[in-house]
Design a protein around this ligand. Structure first.
Ligand code: PEP
Ligand code: MN
Length: 333
């Protein structure tokens, strides 16, 4: 961090800033320029309070040389972090596929999905139990019963499960039942939840909020790592822009950028990005092409009857073709 002082800053004001930094156990160095002084701050392992320094007398501007996040950054840990879920290893160089329905709807539906996604080569089964729906009149998920159904299906078929958590009150239940816990886009900045998940060892799939900056996304992950849980997989699931012709825009820039900025694995969600089944394959391929470590994709035995996200879910035939195409290098779309 570089603290740039006003041209008219007095020696006492400059010294006061240095004293403040010393009190916070930070090293500082005065860097005199031709008409102003800047103060370089080093040794800051944790974030320094921008606001407190900004309001000190004589301070003109604060420039970040490194980032606010520390533990998620490649500067802190240059190697790729590998997150293991069952046989899957996110960040190891092999694509991990998480697949399953948007919502768990019945025993038959989730069991059929578990069997089909496993047979097609996906490593993890997904399914929503408590659903974050924009409208209170839409299907809200089967809740606790849904969680039990996907847990049983996962056990029966022998595939790990990934389920979205909505509320901090369910954390013990999720820690017991899930191999991976998803934090959905709408909860990316639920800081109490992130802190609580930081105390677990269970791998977390952290989705980017639909209006979140890359920095905010990485800071959300920082909460979990700072709590002690290093098993975080990021997920780019599409952001809101001025464009309305698709549900969201899959931000491939962010995927390529985050691979440089962070050691954490990142996957893409073409289903929620596109909002339509016929765009899922090309977007998935694009995500992998820019460096994503895997894909989360929605598939349903009968998408026409799906209680949520019917238009974006692949039917089983489409899903088998999807997996074949992902596993071959041919651009079959
Ligand atoms: C989901 O994966 O079911 C979901 C609701 O996704 P998102 O949080 O990305 O909207
Ligand atoms: Mn969905």
């Amino acid at each position: 961090m570089l603290i740039v002082m006003h041209t008219k800053a007095t020696t006492a004001e400059i010294d006061a800033v240095c004293q403040y930094l010393e009190n916070k156990s930070l090293q500082s160095e005065k860097l005199p320029g031709s008409n102003r002084v800047a103060i370089g701050v080093t040794g800051n392992k944790k974030a320094v309070s921008h606001d407190q320094i900004a309001r000190m007398q004589g301070v003109k501007e604060i420039i970040y040389v490194t980032h606010k996040y520390k533990k998620v950054s490649r500067e802190f840990y240059p190697e790729n972090t590998i997150v293991n879920v069952g046989q899957a290893a996110f960040g190891s160089g092999t694509n991990v596929i998480i697949a399953g329905p948007c919502s768990i709807e019945s025993k038959e539906q989730i069991l059929a999905s578990a069997k089909h996604v496993k047979a097609s080569g996906a490593q993890i089964l997904r399914g929503g139990a408590f659903k974050p729906r924009t409208s209170p009149y839409d299907f809200q998920g089967l809740g606790r019963e849904g969680l039990d159904l996907i847990h049983q299906a996962g056990q029966e078929v022998g595939i790990p499960i990934c389920v979205e958590i909505m509320s901090i009150k369910d954390i013990d239940l999720y820690a017991q039942k899930c191999d991976m816990i998803q934090v959905g886009a709408r909860n990316m900045q639920n800081f109490d939840l992130l802190k609580a998940l930081g105390k677990l060892n269970t791998p977390i799939l952290l989705k980017r909020g639909m209006s979140a900056l890359v920095e905010e996304f990485l800071l959300a992950a920082e909460y979990i790592l700072d709590g002690g849980n290093k098993n975080v997989v990021l997920c780019e699931r599409g952001i809101r822009t001025f464009e309305t012709s698709t549900r969201n825009i899959l931000d491939l820039n962010a995927v390529a950028l985050i691979k440089k900025m962070s050691h954490l694995p990142i996957i893409v969600d073409p289903s929620h990005a596109a909002g339509r089944h016929d765009l899922v394959l090309p977007l998935a391929k694009a995500g992998l092409a820019v460096g994503a470590d895997g894909i989360i994709v929605e598939t349903h035995p009968k998408p026409m009857e799906a209680l949520s996200d019917a238009n974006q879910q692949l039917d089983f035939k489409q899903f088998t073709q999807f997996m074949e195409s992902i596993n071959s290098n041919k651009p079959k779309y």
